[in-house]
Write a protein that binds this ligand. Structure first.
Ligand code: C2E
Ligand code: MG
Ligand code: MG
Ligand code: MG
Length: 287
């Protein structure tokens, strides 16, 4: 079973080892149809300010409502989208959805609301010389760059290509924020944190999973938080599932948390309700 999809989830393959060339080709074709046939959806997972419990941001997470297979998570198809180059069109579509929601939620709920979007390294390569449409999209929508957080991984920074470097500079000029996803799991060359303008690190959930008082993972989280703050970055902890984890992270000074404790990723309409509840000041009970 894929993680995080609840009861309807379906794994395309029991193991990627069993993917034959044929199943991959079928999957690629299905995926092409999914994009044009409106089978792709974006779910949103709240990112909560630990000090207040308020929802400040959302991460946009791709889902595929497959006509025969039900709801499929990105772990089962993103790699095919990347290999076939479909990720460029899919990623642009996700970006437009996320930006439209960000604008809506900033207008209706919270003027500083942000939606974060996962960007694949393949989206930075694109076609030779082609500029990614991200910034034009924002301009057309009238959404300020601060409304979007681009989630990238350490691997992308390791590429250290001119294309990546220029894109990050473009983000900075447009005020699009940048988060380093799955932090601590890559080839953390810490010098990259200085070289690029990174606004957030997202502590990978493998560090959060076993958080206990006096656990080694707590020491690692504390060290990452102190380092990030000293470099002027904010910290989001991924995979927060228990109150103990939340409390330890909050005590360590972690700024934001994301995880099943707060909510699973949900469709936009449901997210909207979470957001209204989160921002409603606790008033006198209606008796
Ligand atoms: P990610 O960016 O690290 O996203 C966080 C993943 O952790 C999500 O899985 C989310 O559902 C899951 N998660 C959140 N809270 C918890 C928790 O408390 N416990 C556990 N066990 N898991 C939690 P999801 O949605 O299956 O996405 C998996 C990965 O697929 C993402 O990891 C991201 O790398 C990629 N992905 C998702 N959407 C997109 C997209 O639009 N474009 C690209 N390029 N990649 C995407
Ligand atoms: Mg992410
Ligand atoms: Mg992550
Ligand atoms: Mg992760």
């Amino acid at each position: 079973f894929s993680k995080g999809l609840g009861r309807n989830c379906f794994s395309y393959f029991t193991s990627s080892m069993q993917e034959t060339a044929q199943t991959r080709m079928r999957l690629a074709n299905d995926l092409r149809e999914a994009l044009s046939g409106r089978q792709l959806l974006v779910y949103y997972q709240p990112i909560v300010e630990l000090a207040s419990g308020a929802i400040h941001k959302a991460e946009a997470l791709l889902r595929w409502r497959h006509p025969a297979r039900g709801l499929v998570g990105p772990g089962d198809f993103i790699h095919i989208a990347e290999e076939t180059g479909l990720i460029v069109d899919i990623g642009n579509w996700v970006f437009r959805q996320a930006a439209a929601q960000a604008l809506r939620w900033r207008t209706a709920h919270h003027p500083a609301f942000q939606v974060s979007v996962n960007l694949s390294p393949a989206q930075f390569r694109g076609k030779a010389g082609a500029r990614a449409p991200w910034i034009d999209n924002l301009r057309k929508l009238g959404l300020p760059g601060e409304g979007i957080v681009a989630e990238i991984t350490e691997g992308l920074l390791l590429e250290a290509s001119t294309a990546v470097f220029n894109q990050l500079l473009e983000f900075r000029d447009a005020k699009i924020q940048v988060a380093l996803d799955d932090f601590g799991t890559g080839y953390s060359s810490l010098s990259y944190l200085q070289k690029f303008d990174i606004d957030y690190i997202k502590i990978d959930r493998s560090f959060v999973r076993n958080l206990k008082p006096a656990a080694h993972d707590l020491v690692l989280c504390e060290a990452m938080i102190v380092m990030a703050h000293k470099l002027g970055m904010k910290v989001i902890a991924e995979g927060v599932e228990t109150e103990i984890q939340r409390d330890l992270l909050a005590a360590a000074g972690c700024d934001f948390g994301q995880g099943y404790l707060f909510s699973r990723p949900v469709p936009a309409g449901e997210f909207e309700r979470l957001l209204s509840d989160s921002l409603t000041p606790p008033g006198p009970s209606a008796t």
